[in-house]
Design a binder for this molecule. Structure first.
Ligand code: HEM
Length: 151
């Protein structure tokens, strides 16, 4: 799946984000991802892509040389964030997610790189398209909240 495909879906979502009505009341986001092992798989694929794809070089450069710690933190965080068990707080304390991102310069370009990387990771896992859209909508809200500089 090319980055371009994901990019188009991301743009469409951005313009329709505020009109989203597709919340699935039966399932948590955690359920849509597929539970614990799939959250780990999603995070591993996300960071593998960030490490390998030239499109994500700016995003990769913000991260430490080894991504092992980043993988662990995102996996533990996404479990609770998506409605599964809170694995993050007992290990790292309150996430204060926006504050933890303040050392990094995040505008729309970094935000969209992060989201595109996540779209490709979700596609790689074979998550159903409708479920991807619900997840992407939630990721968009969190990623957009992380912006800390004007474009
Ligand atoms: C908007 C674009 C984003 C950028 C550019 C970005 C970048 C980063 C960077 C550079 C780190 C430090 C990695 C490390 O110290 O190992 C980090 C940490 C983290 N990010 Fe993001 N991030 C973004 C969005 C998000 C989103 C949307 C989430 C959650 C849905 C998220 C969750 C986390 C978590 C949990 C950590 C670890 C915090 C800690 O314990 O220190 N990030 N991020």
């Amino acid at each position: 799946m090319s980055a371009c495909n994901g990019n188009i879906r991301l743009l469409l979502l951005r313009y329709h984000c505020s009109m989203n009505t597709s919340e699935n009341s039966q399932q948590t986001l955690y359920g849509l991802i597929g539970g614990d092992a799939r959250v780990r798989e999603l995070v591993d694929r996300f960071y593998d892509l960030m490490d390998l794809e030239a499109d994500f070089a700016t995003l990769r450069a913000m991260h430490p040389p080894s991504l092992e710690g980043s993988r662990d933190k995102l996996y533990h965080f996404l479990s609770g964030w998506s409605g599964g068990p809170d694995l993050y707080t007992p290990r790292y304390g309150n996430a204060f997610l926006r504050a933890r991102h303040l050392p990094f310069s995040i505008g729309t370009s970094a935000r969209d790189q992060w989201l595109l990387c996540m779209v490709l990771a979700m596609q790689g896992l074979g998550i159903a398209e409708d479920d991807q859209d619900i997840l992407l909508n939630a990721f968009f809200r969190t990623a957009d909240w992380m912006r800390n500089k004007p474009d």
